[in-house]
Design a protein around this ligand. Structure first.
Ligand code: HPA
Length: 287
């Protein structure tokens, strides 16, 4: 006889209940901070900080530069749940673990998600250290976080929890417009781009990057798409922001390294913080 399937909904609900016991206020917006962007969590006021290791079933990040803490509190008067670090499939985690935190954020009450990442720039008009608003994605990881029996109990919004669900507005046009307007108001360049996800952990070859450019990708990274897939399954509105930490393989005559990814994050922190901080109340009002 095969093992009974693990009830992910029950595990996510138990994690959400534990978080609620430590921070009863309901967050309306989830924020996932990617590599080098973790310091944004210090913007949270009246913060309750919970190490991932203290939350039942929550996966712990093994990547250097991911702090591994959930920070709950307010930004601009909005209750937020900020993830300082995430786990990736390349660390050896099953898809259910990769998307576990996103599902918990939704069960806590978040109806919107700001997802951020470090990415390689494929589009040659992007520069190292630039921010890009994700307009769409191409999932080339070879897997999908919604695999397995459909779990309608994950529905957190209207028409959510379906077996087959729409991804044509995965990155909310409304939220992208808010981001574009706020960036323009602050004088921060914020072009849009298509994010292509690979499994990693190897960076890409120059031939892969040329192929991805032909496919219509502007950015390449190893995260985000699965979180967005389950967020859409649950009915959340998503805003995606990438930090171009390096030009993708072969674009420049340079090698790519993780230290550089972290260093660029630190350099762009000020711009990223002022943009996202200003967007939080606007996004919360729009979802
Ligand atoms: N490729 C994949 N993932 C990345 C990159 C890259 O060049 N830079 C930051 N994350």
């Amino acid at each position: 006889m095969s093992e009974p399937a693990v009830d992910q909904y029950a595990l996510c609900s138990a994690a959400a209940a534990h978080i609620r016991s430590l921070h009863p206020a309901k967050p309306t917006l989830g924020i996932i901070l990617g590599s080098g962007l973790g310091n944004f969590a210090s913007q949270v006021e009246n913060a309750t900080t919970i190490p991932y290791a203290d939350i039942p079933s929550w996966p712990a990040s093994t990547v250097q530069g991911h702090a591994g803490k959930l920070v709950l509190g307010t930004i601009g008067g909005v209750q937020v749940a900020v993830m300082q670090g995430r786990v990736h499939a390349y660390e050896g985690y099953a898809m259910a673990n990769v998307v576990f935190p996103t599902r918990v954020l939704a069960l806590l009450g978040c109806t919107g998600l700001i997802v951020t990442n470090a990415a390689g720039g494929i589009n040659k008009s992007f520069g190292q250290g630039g921010l890009v608003c994700i307009s769409d994605h191409i999932n080339l990881t070879g897997t999908n976080a919604a695999l397995g029996p459909n779990e309608p109990r994950f529905a957190c919004g209207p028409n959510a929890g379906q077996r087959f669900f729409d991804m044509s507005t995965a990155y909310s046009p409304k939220l992208r417009q808010l981001a574009a307007a706020e960036a323009a108001a602050q004088g921060i360049p914020l072009p849009e781009g298509v994010y292509l996800a690979v499994l990693g952990p190897s960076y890409e070859t120059p031939a892969e990057i040329r192929a991805f450019r032909t496919l219509g990708a502007d950015l390449v990274g190893m995260s985000t798409v699965h979180e967005v897939i389950v967020a859409r399954h649950m009915g959340l509105e998503v805003l995606g922001l990438s930090l171009v930490t390096n030009m993708a393989a072969g674009v420049l005559d340079e090698v790519i390294n993780h230290e550089e990814v972290m260093e660029i994050g630190r350099r762009v922190e000020g711009q990223f913080t002022s943009l996202v901080k200003a967007l939080v109340p606007q996004v919360a009002a729009a979802i």
